[in-house]
Design a protein around this ligand. Structure first.
Ligand SMILES: Cc1ncc(C[n+]2csc(CCOP(=O)(O)OP(=O)(O)O)c2C)c(N)n1
Ligand code: SF4
Length: 486
């Protein structure tokens, strides 16, 4: 006698331990369509053996907590930005199966640009667009897909064309683009609709497995809470009101004919990566010093000044040097709107471990080349941290008494060498000599390789030396503040 076993898909967690409250039920309202869609996706992941490759990208909306349930890779995206995050994931991990799971507030309002451009680029991902014609999570406000006349929290008299325009047909819009390979709309109002949705979910994911391109499945889904209906009425609302506006159909299916249409996934050599970062060819790393690397404590740096003072280059060269010492590094620039004379800063993180976030909100070390940078970033330095002040340009003293401050005439030292633009390298030389964080000799070999204008490489080494020399000559005056060394 055959036996039917009903069980949860294996790609769901056995118990939802990440969730507060009961661990065996979802956070969704009774009758919500999200649970159905989750189940159809999870079963597909199981049946296709994709649990180890699947990366679920969920942005904001009622499905924001998809990571409570799916035992696959999960990434949380900002509202509407799942296609951009999915693009990055797929391009950097081409073997992954990227699932972007988005509501209508998310995909058809705040994230309209993201989805259109990801679709137009033919990103190799699958998008499930759960259209419940309302912002569920935030209390039932009108969405771009709300129906004409639909009463919502923000259209209490019903949606009108004059005020709110017409419902947006995302599947139709996306199907007009050349790149997408499969675009379908289905619904969850009845068993037949759910079975058709099941087929579409499978087809879309299978197409991604086969490397065919961008696939998009819109699913009309009940939101009994937002619609203020019981579950039966919600299903009827889909059948009678939504389907005439958003018909169930396959709008585009080129899976069978789209053979081998794939992004070229290029492997970059280290040299190419370095060249693309415009750091110049750094050559062989320095000999590996295990003790040095193992004992290296993570440090965050902020280099700030006017655009044109070379603070971004200083950070990049410094990060490049640390990288050549076998440390993990990150460098991110932040520009003001002006090319020259505006503010610029960069954040550098150096660590023995992979860098989790490149943002440096509270630097251990701050180097400021001008007054606005000093005013802006002085309060952010970690207590016990270090500020290097370019005293040629900045006249004032620090307000902070819980940090160490070095006043170094960086621009003057560079000027004395006849190298007006090299105050940034004076800064590096001075800091490395003072902190001994990295070997000064190594820095001097990196600088010519890290500077874009090769002709200036040797001159910049002179600037590094001048900064280091200034520190040696003024060592006594640079004693740390007593409160920090006590
Ligand atoms: C940038 C940003 N803007 C607004 C919000 C508030 N917000 C949270 S969920 C949501 C609407 C989600 O609606 P939808 O995508 O349709 O998903 P549902 O909740 O219906 O599943 C909004 C506007 C936010 N979190 N972030
Ligand atoms: S508010 Fe709507 S979409 Fe959100 S969980 Fe409840 S029924 Fe589902």
């Amino acid at each position: 006698m055959s036996q039917q076993i009903l069980e949860k898909p294996a790609s769901f967690y056995e118990h939802f331990d990440r969730k507060g409250g009961p661990k065996d039920t979802t956070h969704y309202c009774p009758g919500c369509g999200h649970g159905n869609v989750h189940k159809l996706i999870a079963e597909t992941i199981d049946d296709m053996g994709l649990a180890d490759r699947a990366i679920f990208v969920s942005p904001v909306g009622c499905s924001v907590f998809a990571y409570y349930y799916f035992d696959v890779g999960n990434i949380q995206a900002a509202h509407g930005r799942a296609p951009a995050v999915g693009t990055a994931v797929k391009r950097t991990r081409p073997n992954s199966i990227v699932i972007s799971y988005q509501g209508d507030g998310d995909l058809a309002s705040i994230g309209t640009a993201e989805i259109i451009h990801a679709a137009n680029r033919g990103e190799h991902m699958t998008v499930f667009f759960v259209n419940n014609a309302i912002y569920g999570m935030t209390g039932g406000q009108m969405a771009a897909t709300s129906l004409m006349g639909q009463k919502t929290a923000t259209t209490p008299y019903g949606r009108s064309a004059e005020n709110e325009g017409f419902p947006i047909h995302m599947a139709e819009m996306i199907a007009t683009l050349e790149a997408p390979v499969y675009v379908a709309r289905c619904h969850l109002a009845d068993l037949k609709g759910i079975m058709n949705t099941r087929k579409a979910v499978r087809k879309a994911i299978q197409a991604q497995v086969e490397g065919k391109g961008f696939t998009f499945v819109e699913i009309l889904s009940p939101c009994p809470t937002g619609w203020k209906m019981d579950t039966h009425a919600a299903c009827e609302f889909i059948t009678k009101e939504m389907l005439p506006v958003f018909p169930e159909k396959v709008l585009k299916d080129e899976i069978a004919t789209r053979v081998g249409w794939e992004h070229e996934i290029k492997e970059f050599t280290d040299e190419e990566v370095v060249a693309s970062l415009e750091l110049g060819m750094l050559g062989e790393p320095f000999p590996y010093d295990k003790k040095f690397v193992d004992n290296f404590e993570t440090k965050g740096f902020k280099f700030a000044g006017f655009g044109g003072q070379g603070v971004l280059t200083a950070g990049a060269v410094f990060a490049a040097h640390a990288m050549q010492e076998h440390l993990q590094v990150s460098w991110i620039p932040s520009y003001g709107p002006e090319m020259r004379g505006g503010t610029a800063n960069c954040s550098v993180v150096i660590s023995k471990d992979p860098v989790g976030s490149p943002l440096v909100v509270e630097p251990d070390v701050l180097a400021v080349m001008n007054d606005p940078s000093f005013d802006t970033f002085e309060p952010t330095v970690k207590p016990g941290g270090l500020i290097i002040v370019n005293s040629t340009i900045i006249a004032r003293k620090a307000h902070r008494t819980d940090v160490e401050v070095l006043y170094i005439p960086l621009t003057q030292i560079a000027d004395d060498l006849g190298l007006k633009a090299a105050a940034n390298m004076v800064l590096l030389g001075a800091y490395v000599e003072y902190s001994k964080l990295l070997p000064l000799d190594h820095l001097k070999t990196i600088v010519p390789k890290g500077i874009k204008r090769k002709a200036l490489g040797d001159q910049n080494v002179l600037a590094v030396e001048a900064g280091a020399k200034w520190v040696r000559e003024n060592a006594k005056a640079l004693k740390p503040v007593p409160s920090l060394t006590a």
